[in-house]
Design a binder for this molecule. Structure first.
Ligand code: PRP
Ligand code: URA
Length: 208
């Protein structure tokens, strides 16, 4: 069974609370998502492997370490885009693939409308990005597509998760660890996370 890491860092807890506030502006929301993603990237990348690397300081030569395994970030459109700048700043060599999914409002099932991944996805540590893990349908579908294209090492990074979505992803993809800034109470009848923060894509891009 996969592991679920829920942040207990005070800075993340503070920023998630600001994010939930319905009075938070689009600009502030975007900034908070970016800041939370930077803080979360520390844990998500904790097990990246290192290789020796010779470096010459102004004083002497020494052997340092650099990241060995290459990373592929795969945001789920649209809201996953909110994580990309942050992760690109902490992992500059990462390649970025995109998966476009939307939830059919009636069935709540994910529909794929776009998929473009790095060709060497099989050799990379993939980090799937989506701020919201609600029913889990979008993340499960995205991970299905990525696995079909050869990816073997996948992590899922979300901001807010519902217990229902976490369970669903663990059942379908028991090899994929999940990283959350907060684990909420439940889903409502419309598939929204309670207390949640509303529609992440709309709040990120001002399409409320
Ligand atoms: C939201 C969110 C996730 C999905 C989560 O996207 O960004 O992708 O819902 O719900 P699920 O776990 O039940 O699948 P949405 O479908 O609203 O699309 P958007 O990002 O384009 O707004
Ligand atoms: N998608 C969102 O953006 N928010 C939710 O609460 C559930 C799905």
């Amino acid at each position: 069974m996969s592991k679920v890491f829920v942040s207990d860092h005070p800075l993340i807890a503070h920023k998630v609370t600001m994010l939930r506030d319905e009075n938070t502006s689009v600009k502030e929301f975007r900034e908070l998502v970016n800041e939370i993603a930077i803080l979360m990237s520390y844990d998500v990348t904790k097990d990246l492997t290192l290789k020796p690397y010779k470096v010459k300081t102004p004083i002497t030569e020494t052997e340092g370490k650099v990241i060995e395994k290459q990373v592929a970030l795969v945001p789920i459109l649209r809201a996953g885009l909110g994580f990309v700048d942050a992760l690109m700043s902490t992992i500059p060599a990462a390649k970025v693939g995109h998966i476009g999914l939307y939830r059919d409002p009636k069935t709540l099932l994910p529909v794929e409308y776009y998929c473009k991944l790095p060709t060497d996805i099989a050799d990379r540590q993939v980090i799937v990005l989506d701020p919201m893990l609600a029913t889990g349908g979008s993340s499960i579908a995205a991970i299905d597509f990525i696995k079909k294209r050869g990816a073997r090492k996948i992590k899922l990074m979300c901001m807010i998760g519902a217990p229902e979505g976490v369970k669903a992803v663990q059942e379908k993809h028991p090899d994929v660890d999940i990283y959350l800034a907060a684990l909420d109470e439940k889903l409502n009848d419309h598939g929204y996370i309670v207390p949640g923060l509303g529609d992440a894509g709309d709040r990120l891009f001002g399409t409320l």
